[in-house]
Design a protein around this ligand. Structure first.
Ligand SMILES: Cc1cc2nc3c(=O)[nH]c(=O)nc-3n(C[C@H](O)[C@H](O)[C@H](O)COP(=O)(O)OP(=O)(O)OC[C@H]3O[C@@H](n4cnc5c(N)ncnc54)[C@H](O)[C@@H]3O)c2cc1C
Length: 393
């Protein structure tokens, strides 16, 4: 995409200089000159009263879609442990691969991590691409992007899935830009279009008020980051094997622009909502922060954990790590108790796939009852102690 000045038409009015958002235009001998910071945005083309600037549209390169095969899952590991979202993606990836009639592969980066390949095979990967190098010990944008981009360029996967973790949300867009392809972030549903076998990626948009389904028709790979806790985990098959492919890893000086000086682990309470089988969540109906103590006694009785709506987090009653919902954690426990939670769409986005939902709410018209399997209309300060009493028996 080049922007050119037609010297014979330029009158030196400087309108383009003032309009350029990137200060890329200067005047030389009363003629506009486009500099190297030009991004080809075309603002100057519209601004010029003398039609003296033109933009050459590059012909779009046509991608040979048939050259791309296989569903890839980025097997995110931290300190030698595969993150559970990657196991969920292997479960989902297997379904997608089966529908397209292709193979499921995992791509693993780290230092001395090749041993983890067996776990990935057991979770359904047919092939595992391993990049093992001391520079890959800790996640860094440059190193991981370089290695995985090279692997994508060589092996040409059709679909690449990453967990929407802090790492996946950083890595996904970098890879997509380098591959010149589309990425849908934070997906909650993936499915294959039966007609053209392209992937339909669904994600909440506009504050969760709309579910947008997005396709990537002309570029490859089709890339998505997927919310942790949404998809079912792959089933572990002891002894299942596959093909291990070692990736060549080479870094030159300047390839990696950042250094990890220290990793500080949050000293606050570790909450693992995604692994909890029973969650007792509280909302503004608790009326006060101390209300969580009552929920905690029910959760302890059931061997579960407490959680909260965002309104409670915003009120400063509980830490954000307990928040369930669109801007919190997505959970899928066996039982989800929603106590004094109205059931706003942004909250439902994070818990409606729970196996059983039990709602306790004073207001029988609260939207939470629309998704609840069991509903109790009443004051949670009466209902919960009664449940605890029953459990004691
Ligand atoms: C972009 C965006 C992202 C958001 N992300 C999230 C998110 O991730 N998670 C989230 O939760 N919210 C999120 N929200 C906020 C969301 O829209 C709601 O405001 C929030 O979920 C409401 O929390 P609540 O149900 O606790 O409170 P309320 O809506 O105030 O509901 C309180 C409920 O308690 C009931 N009640 C009152 N007293 C009692 C009692 N004694 N016993 C029983 N029931 C009682 C009431 O009938 C009422 O239904 C988001 C909003 C936006 C705009």
């Amino acid at each position: 995409m080049a922007v050119n000045v037609l010297k014979d038409k330029c009158k030196g009015c400087t309108k383009c200089v003032k309009s350029c958002p990137f200060s890329a235009i200067t005047m030389e001998n009363k003629i506009a000159v486009i500099g190297s910071t030009c991004t080809g945005c075309g603002v100057c083309v519209k601004e010029c009263p003398f039609d003296a600037i033109e933009k050459e549209e590059e012909e779009k390169a046509v991608v040979d879609l048939s050259a791309y095969k296989g569903v890839w899952v980025f097997a995110e590991q931290r300190e030698g442990k595969i993150m559970s979202v990657s196991i969920e993606l292997l479960g989902e990836g297997k379904k997608l691969a089966k529908e397209i009639g292709t193979e499921l592969c995992a791509v693993l980066c780290g230092n001395n991590v090749a041993g983890l390949a067996n776990e990935l095979f057991a979770y359904g990967a047919d092939k595992v691409y391993v990049a093992d190098h001391s520079e890959l010990e800790k996640y860094r944008t440059d190193s991981y992007t370089k290695v995985i981009f090279e692997a994508i360029s060589t092996y040409k996967p059709e679909i690449v899935l990453l967990g929407a973790t802090h790492i996946g949300r950083d890595l996904g867009p970098c890879l997509a830009v380098k591959c010149n392809t589309g990425l849908t972030a934070d997906c909650t549903k993936l499915e294959i279009d039966p007609e053209d076998k392209k992937i339909k990626q669904t994600r909440p948009a506009f504050g969760g008020n709309l579910m947008a389904t997005i396709v990537c028709p002309n570029n490859r790979p089709q890339m998505s980051t997927v919310r942790p806790g949404v998809m079912d985990k792959a089933v572990y098959e002891e002894g299942r094997t596959g093909e291990l492919i070692k990736l060549d890893v080479e870094f030159k000086i300047g390839d990696i622009r950042t250094k990890v000086l220290e990793i500080v682990k949050k000293s606050g309470e570790m909450v693992s909502l995604t692994d909890a089988e029973i969650i007792v969540a509280g909302g503004m109906g608790l009326g006060k922060a101390e209300g969580f103590e009552l929920l905690k006694s029910l959760a302890d009785k059931l061997g579960g954990t407490i959680a909260a709506s965002r309104a409670c987090v915003d009120a400063g009653w509980i830490d954000h790590s307990y928040q369930v919902g669109q801007t919190g954690t997505t959970v899928k426990p066996k039982i989800y108790f929603a106590c004094g939670i109205s059931g706003a769409i942004q909250h439902l986005a994070g818990m409606q796939s729970s196996d059983y939902i039990v709602a306790i709410n004073k207001n029988e018209s609260a939207p939470i009852f629309e998704v609840a399997d069991y509903g109790i209309v009443g004051d949670l300060y009466e209902v919960i102690p009664a449940i605890i009493e029953e459990l004691k028996k």
